[in-house]
Design a protein around this ligand. Structure first.
Ligand SMILES: [Fe+2]
Length: 294
């Protein structure tokens, strides 16, 4: 296995080659990948033509799978295209037909175009995500990642001190509100209960490397003890700061890429593409993290 950092002396993004993820890995190989995901935050594996089961098997080396369901999307069980071990972040239904412009599932998925950390709206948020590309689009659809450790370390002292002890409410309701998609109107009272906001610290310490990160996400709608408008101004400023070019990696997808990232140490977003005409078939497995200490 060869691990090649994106840039010399950089601790953000590495490319992993000379390994076949279809095969059962040994302890030493798993240990190397574990060490490097904790170090680089994003690992890119090219030319991995994995079945869903193979992707699940590989993911399970790194923890428990977070199941996809009512707490993470608005797709009905009967409309699911993939097993609940995978999050479907594609723009197609179970008959492989592209979502129409006004399909609520499409509008909901547009939330992935906002900077976020996967499942930060869950009490036990995601640790790692692994996303594979089956069908890619001709134009657009890049995924961008930002290094939230470097962003934390480069903060001005007064901001770093200010955010150190803050807690934020995260919910899918908040990120979809940013798009003008009012989940409280679209969903029943029973369904909306699944999206109750959860509290997460704004600064997290990563035990594997002792680095601190800004745990930021467009799912944030309120800082504990703050007014919502003050929260939104402050969070938007932080997101703008933390996603500057110097903290960012832009991934241009090829078919059969697999990207593994650490949601505690990075944020990401997908860029726009012609999603009512072109198919983008992407499959995500997600590994559970630990409940944040509050
Ligand atoms: Fe995501």
């Amino acid at each position: 296995m060869i691990i090649k950092p994106l840039k010399k002396n950089s601790e953000f993004v590495a490319f992993v080659s000379d390994i076949n993820l279809k095969k059962k890995l040994n302890k030493s190989e798993i240990g190397i990948i574990q060490k490097n995901i904790d170090r680089f935050g994003v690992l890119v594996f090219r030319n991995q033509s994995l079945t869903d089961d193979e992707q699940v098997n590989f993911s399970e080396y790194f923890g428990n799978i977070e199941h996809s369901g009512k707490k993470s999307n608005i797709t009905k069980d009967s409309d699911r295209r993939l097993s609940t071990k995978l999050a479907d972040v594609s723009n197609i239904d179970k008959k492989s037909i592209v979502f129409k412009k006004n399909d609520p599932r499409r509008i909901f998925n547009l939330g992935n175009r906002l900077w976020h950390s996967d499942s930060s709206f869950k009490k036990i948020p995601a640790k790692y995500s692994l996303l594979s590309s089956k069908t890619i689009v001709k134009k657009g659809g890049n995924t961008e990642f930002s290094d939230m450790r470097l962003a934390y370390e480069n903060l001005e002292d007064d901001i770093r001190n200010k955010i150190e002890t803050l807690y934020c409410e995260h919910s899918l309701i908040y990120s979809r509100q940013r798009l003008g998609f009012d989940m409280e109107k679209e969903l029943s009272k029973n369904e909306i209960k699944n999206f109750k906001p959860v509290l997460q610290p704004l600064v997290r310490k990563i035990e594997e490397n002792n680095r601190k990160t800004i745990y930021l996400s467009s799912h944030i709608g309120k800082i504990k003890g703050w007014l919502r408008p003050d929260t939104m101004c402050f969070v938007d400023d932080l997101i703008e700061y933390a996603t500057q070019k110097k903290f960012k990696y832009v991934h241009k997808w090829k078919v059969n890429d697999l990207i593994m990232w650490d949601n505690r140490q990075t944020m990401h977003r997908v860029r726009s593409f012609d999603d009512v005409n072109e198919t983008r078939d992407m499959r995500r497995t997600t590994i559970e993290g630990k409940e944040a200490l509050i």
